[in-house]
Design a binder for this molecule. Sequence first.
Ligand code: GLA
Length: 372
Amino acid sequence: MLSSCASRGEEVSTGIRSRVFGTLPDGREVTLFQVVSPTGMTMEVINYGGIITKLTAPDRDGDLDDIVLGYDELDSYLEETPYFGAIIGRYGNRIGKGRFELDGASFELATNNGENHLHGGVAGFDKVLWDAVPFSMGNEHGVVFTYESPDGEEGYPGNLSVKVTYLLTADNRVIFSYQATTDKATPVNLTQHSYFNLSGPSSDTILDHEMAIYADHFTPIDEGLIPTGDLALVEGTAFDFREPTPIGSRIGAIDGAGGEQLEFGLGYDHNFVLSDMGEGMKLAARVRDPESGRVMEVHTEEPGIQFYSGNFLDSSLIGKDGNVYEYRSGFCLETQHFPDSPNKTAFPSTILRPGETYETKTIYAFKTDTDA
Ligand code: GLA
């Protein structure tokens, strides 16, 4: 599945290849898949957590650089990671007090974020070894990840069969397709937790990146980052990203409109309610780095998107090539149903029932600001 192509004068070997990335403490091997597209864009993913360890994208001069945060070695991912690059499940983001009721029964989930449940619990889908099968469709390549989550895992009901496909297209898009089925009703909310810095691998913050989020409302949170259940208008607040706005321009405006929300989130760590909440694919967000000209668009079938401005990064993590990941040196755009939906009946439902198939798609598209 390898072939060569000439890209900007360099010979790039397009295709998909794999190698051993490391070994888990229980002796199981972790595999790294390297996908190179015909444009030279490279994606590296491992089957531990489905983690994207590297993703290159061209700047406005056509120079490729790695734009995701992560580590060089498996051991660093095992020691401590703020979910760098991983698949998140069974439930992306928080479930208040780790409790919910479903069909008259009460469920207690693992609590791993104060009194709350976050990103699937102590060992969510970001910390399991997935089965991985590489595939090719012409000159486009990807990996299919599958995982059988047993009944009771992290407190969730039902055996859940999960399939997540990553595909790198020939036009610089990464397509994530999620699927799941269950034998008992259970909440499901899968997402991807890559941290981006479109300037490339550096310790610079993302505060100069211009963010657009096509949302008229967001879901305000309490001190524990659990949605209150309200939908608040972004208009006139620091949460209005309907026009491209530098991330840093209002992030410290705690005395302004939306200020208390910025205090609770320590910056942006909020779910935005997409103006088009329909199930079709729509543009949810667009980010531009003025320095490199790189542009990232997020298209999704989900009703919401968590914009997280890297507020928990604090220079204690040393990443790839010795890069120190400073406060706010990466951002995440996690497409999703809203946090704490199992306890908020007015939010779109996240319950999957036997006989149904959970199916959703998100696309990260990479361009530059000189593209037509
Ligand atoms: C999500 C959450 C944040 C934080 C990060 C990981 O974006 O909303 O509060 O947990 O993941 O550190």
